[in-house]
Design a protein around this ligand. Structure first.
Ligand code: CAA
Length: 239
């Protein structure tokens, strides 16, 4: 049974992904940042163990990955899902709002890949899926920080795909559109209504619909799919 680790995996798209992977027969662990109450409830409901660390902290990622591997075995599948928003127009954005989003969304992906990639190379197997966003493709007013990280993840994904290909390590990115999550729930209702008008499907995605893409990409049978961006956005932006 292959071992999968999902960061930011106790809620939203991460939780749906962890549960979909479990249902598909993987041994799953999730990481979370600080919300112990949500994490305990998630583990109690699903039986999936949850480990706390900050993905923006490189040493914490090394230690966290080591804890997961000691308990479950080598991480063969990594889903870099942890992400945050600090939305503001650039002329109102503080350096802290810029930095925090870069450190978690982009730095977190580097830190976690760095923590598991040597093992994947040695074992000559790995599946990495990074969580992008439609806004990394289209841009979004109020999200210069977030969109920059999500676009940056595409470059990281393609570069690491090149590095891993000869070792049977695939690296892909799923780019969700607006999805039924707390993150999207925090968008002002009038702004969200405007955004929804630009979604041909006329609705938000469900977290399960995003998880479907991840399960597809991490399968053993998906060995020849690497370096891609898989948009799941109801037609909002066709890259
Ligand atoms: N395009 C262009 N201009 C816009 C705009 C838009 N979409 N939205 C607002 N503006 C302009 C306004 O017209 C206004 O311009 P003027 O000052 O010239 O009149 C200016 O921006 C300021 O507007 P507000 O007073 O509303 O600004 P604010 O500071 O209160 O809020 C905001 C701005 C924080 C960006 C707010 O509009 C917002 O939260 N927008 C949502 C951003 C968004 O979609 N975030 C996605 C979160 S979910 C997610 O990230 C998941 C995922 O991957 C999809």
């Amino acid at each position: 049974m292959r071992v999968a680790l999902v960061t930011g995996g106790t809620a939203g798209i991460g939780a749906a992904t962890a549960e979909a992977l479990q249902a598909a027969g993987y041994r799953v662990a999730v990481n979370y940042g600080t919300n112990e109450t949500v994490a305990h409830a998630f583990s109690a409901r699903t039986g999936i163990p949850a480990f706390a660390w900050n993905v923006a902290d490189a040493a914490a990622c090394r230690d966290g990955a080591a804890r997961v591997q000691a308990e479950l075995g080598p991480v063969e599948i990594l889903v870099n899902n942890a992400g945050i928003t600090r939305d503001a127009m650039l002329h109102k954005m503080s350096f802290e709002q810029w930095r925090e989003v870069l450190d978690v969304n982009l730095g977190g992906c580097f830190n976690m890949c760095r923590a598991v990639i040597e093992g994947m190379r040695e074992r000559r197997f790995g599946r990495i899926v990074n969580m992008g966003s439609v806004n990394g493709l289209s841009g979004q007013a109020g999200q210069c920080n977030y969109a920059a990280t999500k676009a940056g993840l595409i470059g990281l994904t393609k570069s690491l795909a090149l590095e891993g290909a000869s070792r049977n390590i695939t690296v892909n990115l799923v780019a969700p559109g607006y999805t039924e999550t707390a993150m999207v729930g925090a968008v002002p209702p009038d702004v969200l209504a405007q955004i929804l008008k630009a979604v041909p499907a006329g609705r938000l995605a469900t977290p399960d619909e995003i998880a479907r893409g991840v399960v597809f990409l991490v399968a053993d049978e998906a060995a020849f799919i690497t370096g891609i961006t898989l948009p799941i956005n109801g037609g909002k932006y066709m890259a």
